[in-house]
Design a protein around this ligand. Structure first.
Ligand SMILES: Cc1cc2nc3c(=O)[nH]c(=O)nc-3n(C[C@H](O)[C@H](O)[C@H](O)COP(=O)(O)O)c2cc1C
Length: 296
């Protein structure tokens, strides 16, 4: 089986969870300089934005970094060529069939890991030639499916038992205990999101970081957005609206408003995004400290 650290080229097998709203070159470079693997998030991005972000990160660090692309973005062929020309060797992919994009990823000399929320999709992606899988459990921050899902504790070993490519665990990891548990479950590395939002260098506003620090056990919920769900920390407005079980929250909250709500600290516009692991986070720390503690 190929080795994740060799693929990434970072010191530690810790990937920064891409978060579309937080594409900040200084933050990504700080992740790389701490020994983890920084990621640019290029969901529905375009070539100009890709160039700007790649140049920004490269001007701040000489460490390797990668990018996340959404398979359905029609600009991907050009975006991937820009990434490859800049020396980026790793992409993660989500939302779509890998067979559409992996031939080009490989032709450009890059490796790609596909983000998976379920075993059946993991097996299919492995057959379609992805180089590894980012296996995201139910407790994870970010978008979730409408289907019945397993937690990281279940999904990681399940997928690891069924594939012969590297597995990265995502969801529920914020410290050394979670990191070690993920490796014990059969993952070669981890992807972390919420812990890094609540870091000193993260571009998230104080209100978002505070919402994570204040979030206790059971403090997140899945907000239904019709065809998918987003894990959020409900604020008073969302709690009030949700008291009426007949009220359709997707009429009130639009995913397109999430970046503005989060980065503006306006959680009436869109509730703060975070994974269940927020309950374990009680301090804003420098990224270097977070990573050093995790691998200690
Ligand atoms: C607020 C929020 C937004 C996210 N947005 C994205 C995104 O735009 N693209 C993506 O691939 N993953 C996204 N994720 C998932 C993260 O990259 C990562 O896999 C996840 O946060 C790991 O779970 P954790 O938060 O428990 O560490 C998001 C996560 C959070 C918390």
């Amino acid at each position: 089986m190929s080795n994740l650290l060799e693929i990434l080229g970072s010191r530690y097998p810790i990937i920064q969870g891409p978060i579309g709203a937080m594409n900040d070159a200084k933050y990504i470079a700080a992740v790389c300089d701490a020994g983890a693997f920084g990621m640019i998030s290029l969901g529905f991005s375009n070539p100009e934005e890709t160039r700007r972000l790649v140049d920004g990160v490269k001007s701040l660090t000489d460490k390797p970094f990668g990018a996340n692309v959404m398979i359905m973005n029609p600009a991907n062929p050009e975006i991937l060529k820009i990434l490859a020309a800049a020396g980026v060797k790793f992409v993660s992919t989500s939302a779509g069939s890998p067979s559409k994009i992996y031939p080009l990823i490989h032709e450009l000399g890059m490796k790609g890991f596909h983000v998976m929320l379920a075993l059946s999709h993991a097996i299919r992606a492995a057959k379609e030639g992805v180089d590894g899988l980012i296996v995201s459990g139910l407790e994870s921050g970010g978008l979730r499916s409408l289907g019945s899902e397993s937690t990281t504790m279940i999904l990681v070993p399940l997928v690891a038992d069924h594939v012969k490519i590297p597995v990265v665990a995502a969801g529920g990891i914020a410290d050394r205990r979670g990191y070690r548990a993920a490796l014990a479950l059969g993952a070669q590395g981890v992807q972390i999101g919420t812990r890094l939002i609540a870091s000193e260098e993260s571009p998230a506003p104080p209100a978002w970081k505070k919402a994570i620090l204040d979030c206790g056990d059971g403090g997140t919920r899945l907000l239904s957005l019709k065809s998918m769900m987003m894990r959020v920390i409900p604020n008073q407005k969302m709690i009030d609206l949700a008291t009426d079980p007949a009220f359709d929250l997707s009429r009130e909250y639009n995913l397109m408003n999430a970046p503005k709500g989060w980065m503006g600290g306006d959680f009436d516009l869109f509730p703060a995004g975070a994974g269940q692991v927020a309950a374990l986070i009680s301090e804003i720390k420098p990224i270097r400290e977070i990573i050093a503690e995790m691998v200690s």
